[in-house]
Design a protein around this ligand. Structure first.
Ligand code: PEP
Length: 253
């Protein structure tokens, strides 16, 4: 059975003290009312070493929002996968559309990052998704296939099985626009079918595919109700404990 997951992406929000306070508040809320899914919070690099010990690892996993495409050395300002892992973080978001669009992250660069994340025991939360013009042209399947094949489909089946995917239509991120449950299900099913073609049915059935893009407590339940939607990657609504918990609770009856 594949995992149900709700993962938060804090992006470049919250200073260190605010981040620790949010992590503690969420930890308290989920200790009192245990989640029905895996919960992950992905924070800025500098928060990781403080947020990891602030939460119960059996309830909340912690991740980074990025890592370097190089092992170590003279890459001023970069943070390696090994450094992320040394904080106790277990996850790393890779391929977020903001990194692809604003920082020139190509499929080839992301391939390196994925391999380094896996080599250091981190679970990549790998983001794919089309921009509005591509959706309007009806080429969303081709776009996500290229992103998957370009960065992931050289992995062995064993390594691919360690990856969590997040389908995030770029037109829905931070815009208040959400894919309809039908749109989400359609493309999630397509993504799963390409995994099945490449790695076989068992790997495809065990891959968690999250939806991301203006997901909130009010729409999470209908999105998560779809057979191929295994949870959410949450931006804005992960910045307040009550909002994020509202989405986590969507997995409850
Ligand atoms: C994201 O950036 O991964 C995201 C899904 O953002 P939002 O929930 O704010 O649309």
């Amino acid at each position: 059975m594949r995992k149900k997951i709700v993962a938060g992406n804090w992006k470049m929000n919250l200073n260190l003290q605010e981040g620790i306070a949010l992590a503690k508040e969420l930890n308290e809320a989920l200790t009192a009312d245990k989640p029905n899914c895996d919960v992950v919070i992905c924070t800025p690099f500098i928060h990781l070493a403080s947020v990891v010990p602030a939460v119960d690892a059996s309830i909340i996993g912690v991740g980074a929002e990025n890592c370097a495409d190089k092992v170590s050395g003279a890459y001023t300002g970069e943070v390696s996968a090994a450094m992320v892992a040394s904080t106790g973080a277990k996850y790393v978001i890779l391929g977020h559309s903001e990194r692809r669009a604003y920082y020139g992250e190509t499929e080839a660069i992301l391939k390196e990052k994925v391999q380094l994340a896996l080599a250091n025991g981190l679970t990549p939360i790998f983001c794919i998704g089309e921009v509005l013009e591509e959706r309007q042209q009806g080429v969303q399947n081709e776009v996500v296939y290229k992103q998957l094949a370009g960065s992931l489909y050289d992995l062995s089946a064993e390594d691919f099985s360690k990856i969590i995917l997040a389908y995030e239509p770029v037109w829905a991120i931070g815009t208040g626009l959400t894919a309809t449950p039908e749109q989400a299900q359609e493309i999630h099913a397509y993504i799963r079918s390409t995994i099945a073609e490449k790695y076989g049915n068992e790997v495809a059935e065990n891959t968690s595919i999250l939806y991301g893009g203006s997901c909130k407590a009010s729409n999470a339940k209908e999105l998560f109700a779809n057979a191929d939607v295994d949870g959410g990657l949450i931006g804005g609504a992960s910045l307040k404990a009550a909002d994020f918990k509202g989405i986590i609770d969507a997995w409850k009856e």
